[in-house]
Design a protein around this ligand. Sequence first.
Ligand SMILES: C[S@@+](CC[C@H](N)C(=O)[O-])C[C@H]1O[C@@H](n2cnc3c(N)ncnc32)[C@H](O)[C@@H]1O
Ligand code: SF4
Length: 469
Amino acid sequence: MTKQAEQATSAPDRLVVDALDIEAQGVARREDGKVVFIEGALPGETVSALVRRRKNNWEQATLTEIHRESSQRVKPRCPHFGLHEGACGGCKMQHLDGAAQVAIKQRVLEDNLWHLGKVKAETLLRPIEGPWWGYRWRARFSVRHVRKKGVVLVGFHERKSRYVADIRECHVVPPEVSALLLPLRDLVGSMDAIETCPQIELACGVDAADATRPVIALVLRHLEPLSEGDLARLRAFGQAHPAVQWWLQPKGPDTVHLLDAGPELAYTLPEFGIVMPFRPTDFTQVNPFINQVLVSRALRLLDARPNERVIDWFCGLGNFTLPIATQAGEVLGIEGSEALVARSRENLVRNQGAVRSPTRFVARNLFEMTPAQLLEDGTADKWLVDPPREGAFALVKTLADLHQDPTTAPGWRAPRRIVYVSCNPATLARDAGLLVHQAGYRCTAAGVVNMFPHTAHVESMAVFERSGE
Ligand SMILES: C[S@@+](CC[C@H](N)C(=O)[O-])C[C@H]1O[C@@H](n2cnc3c(N)ncnc32)[C@H](O)[C@@H]1O
Ligand code: SF4
């Protein structure tokens, strides 16, 4: 097929939508079995759609008219959401009822576990849900001076494009942050560095000394040194918006520093009496409301006892490690970033009042793992595993190897229980397949965590028990 034919558009086709994929595209099937993905369409709807792209087995189409509307269709709250030109690419599912969004994510999790791992969880965990709006305490806004239009844009990228969307409000960030979007445009527009500040990173939190005081940390990436005038403008902006705390980033992430002394940025885990200071570029969970429930649920599932040793793999700042250390007999947290490990050690000292058990943090690359290394880390009764998108392949593969040949590790015992928290159902499914089919575990439970409402991201958790225990 020629490129021209591949991209040809014709008159809109009338189609019946019977499913939704994780990108929130409606899926329809033609009589010859060919699949058509339709942006903006929902299951149960009869629609007209214009085909934009044709391949042998599938087509890509855009919704032009809805003839029969789904009962799950809702009015999007944000005016920047949609299929229109210039629409923001930050959300994908605002047109879909919340319960249906969660149901799709649950199905994606189950499908991945089954198709990629040949694993079926014995029970499904109730989805963890939190606020639908204002949940996103971390974000990376792009900044662009569009000379032709004489405006500075501060926002996310447009749908399927590298252009910055012209957003004036955003409903997934806290309302106080949404209200800063236009003032931030004016600020950058007034700066000498109008062309050389490509990004503002957001990290919301509280004052470590007073958790009732919000802190909005804004990290300004600047490609050239800032003039005295610009520094004064940033300070004036901070005075006009007292929760704002400016950080500057002249080069790589390790150059991030506070513009002026101010409150210490932190988040809290009140159930465990823990206050967690962090730097705005450190990894922290995007949604602090869900994080509190997630940590609480993970700990309940782990059920660490005072006589048990626990390892927290990919521990970051110690988000799970420190709460586990309020319950277990001994805890080891392992993490790849030296900077995060340094911070987790400081946080351990800061939380001595809450933490009871001996706790250690170690920095190591967990994408490389050997049986000897696993032996050195020692036997633990339970593991918590919370890897990045790539998953924890090296770790579970080593566990599987030791299970296949226990003679290589006399005296070492595999953990009885593993609680696995995942931000990518595909890598969770792959690792679950290894745990269940090669390492001697059962998948006793799995469920989704609605960490990112209205987006296609699927956060989930799964529990594995060593068979026969
Ligand atoms: C999803 S985060 C979880 C962090 C922590 N459990 C939390 O809840 O805040 C994944 C962590 O894995 C770390 N990481 C990424 N690649 C790694 C690697 N190759 N070895 C060890 N840690 C790694 C990241 O620095 C990050 O802290
Ligand atoms: S990310 Fe914000 S601005 Fe973009 S569509 Fe979602 S709510 Fe609207």
